[in-house]
Ligand binder design. Sequence first.
Ligand code: 5GP
Length: 121
Amino acid sequence: MSTIFDKIISREIPAEIVYEDDLSLAFKDINPQAPVHLLIIPKQHIATINDITEEDREIVGHLYWVAAKIAAQYDFAKDGYRVVMNCNEDGGQSVYHIHLHLLAGITMGWPPFANNRPKQV
Ligand code: 5GP
């Protein structure tokens, strides 16, 4: 299923792209949650973490390599940053094309669910 990120890959809709290679694209999040908030996506469509296959291991690892490369390039590697991939409703996923959130420029809190009650399971 096509998502807004496919339209960013094909340049049908604009985004502030900061990195691109054959396998991936990185661009600024439209609603930033930190001074630096980038999204790193594979060009190949994979809807959620649950859909990652054995053949996809290289591309998923590649996304982390891109995160480290950007962190070094933008000089926040040493200070630190957070890389997050949300999965489905409880994970907070809203766009069903896997993406790493790369957040930096602020000291992060932990845990990320501090203000929410656990659901009944
Ligand atoms: P998720 O909630 O799926 O983990 O993250 C989706 C992210 O995509 C959100 O942080 C949201 O702000 C971002 N986003 C949604 N639509 C667009 C868009 O059209 N352009 C950009 N640059 N980011 C988007």
